[in-house]
Ligand binder design. Sequence first.
Ligand code: SF4
Length: 548
Amino acid sequence: MELRDWQKQLKDKVINAVKEGFLVALNSPTGSGKTLFSLLVGLNTKGKVIFVVRTHNEYFPVYRDVKKIDPSLKFSFVIGKPSACPFAAKDVDTEDINCKYCEIKNAIEVKIDKSPFEKLKELKENGIKEGFCPYYSLLESAKEADIITITYPYFFIEKYLSLLDINLEEYFIVIDEAHNIDKVSEIEERTLSEFILSMAIKQSKSEEVRRILDRLIKELKTLTYQDEKYIKLDKVPELSDEELSLLVDEYEELRKEAIKSKSVSRIYLGSVIRFYATYSTGNFIPFSFSNKIVLKTLELNQYYNLLNDENLSILLMSGTLPPKEYLEKVIGISRKILYINVEKEVKKKVTGSYQCKIAIDVTSKYDLRSEAMWKKYSSYLLKIYYQARNHVLAVFPSYQIMEKVMSYVNVNKILENEGTRIDDVIKIVKESRQKYIIAGVGRGKITEGVEITDNDRSLISDVVLVGVPYPPEDDYMKLLSKKISEKLGGKEKEYLIMIPALITVKQAIGRSIRNINDTALVWLLDKRYDSLWWKKNLNCFNSTKIRL
Ligand code: SF4
């Protein structure tokens, strides 16, 4: 197998660093061949690899590259119950599935001889016919594999990691899309909303339970605000121990019934119970966000302990990895890090290129927001759409701004919302054969996950940043900043606001560059991009300034 130049040049350097106990951080663009590279390093150091990815969609490239390296290597993947259980609908929570009453709770040995998606489909069909559980079979089979592919919870969250029942020291651990590790705590966040409570009312049979839930809705409405930012709350709707135990009894009944009928859909009462269970740990603070209550934690270290375990061989990689100081100060990695920026190291481009245009007559700055500004943004979007040679990806700082601006844009468009599924977006765009504006919010599902390609080339020709996607300086940000301010040494704004925004922008740009031959236009629609910091970090010194 022929390696690319950068892979040949850096392979030994990374292998030696791993052997010397460094945590390696690899910043290399999308489409540059990171997956294959990291697998080779892993096989050359520990011989076995755990590949940690964000979503199940990312299992396939790992499988494909394992087969390229050596078809006899044993590949395996672990998938949570909501996707692996043949009786479950996809939106269920793991805990909604009560395996205790399941008739097919047996594990068989699984050989992955086709792509993960096809194999899972086959296992789910055969599981019912032949009486075995795909979830437990995949979990068991992973123990014997050379390469195990898992999602973030199975590495960062202790209760899921323990299910794997393996010795991590025996593996080389690759954490892919590692710019997301600052979001790991979100896996354990819990939300209480009017929608969840109303659905729980619909599903509950007990009059008493419905009465309690109804009261919770009323209290929730008095406590929350519609703003799309975290506003700290002093309390959550009250629920006595007695009331909670009534909810738990009802939930148990619903779980039992669901598995006996072999059809498990999401049981919303479970979400209510888990919200209160999480709140009672005392480690989570309630915030209002968009009329909901979200429990968030400031105790982030608990998620990153393994990264500091010097007995573990770890590679963090991403096309938009935050700088080394961010990994040390914000994530808290204290062990020695070898940080490699591939393009700087090999002094050449390893992927496609883009050209920047900066609009200096618009801004999403809070005090300059107005209907006139949204209209101006919409004019820009229309202009960009009509000149684009292919699809346009537009990224907004918030849903509210997206809706306002896009209400004036009447061309083919897809707007992200909470229920958006990436696969559906890709299907619509590919099947229609017409040009689209795909609109999403910074670090949302679309900006992070949409990959519209044909023959490995991106079909997104233009990326538009409508404003700067700074995270709001809300109560959560202030509390977090206070908690880690000592480590940040006065650079709170850079670490908690600027760098996260930069990662968002780079991720958005990355959607248009999936291959070394891809080229794109990047429209930075905010005068604040016309600064040395942004131009330097986006490599946009040759940008053109534009006005409407
Ligand atoms: S098949 Fe049965 S044992 Fe397996 S996850 Fe579903 S309910 Fe549980």
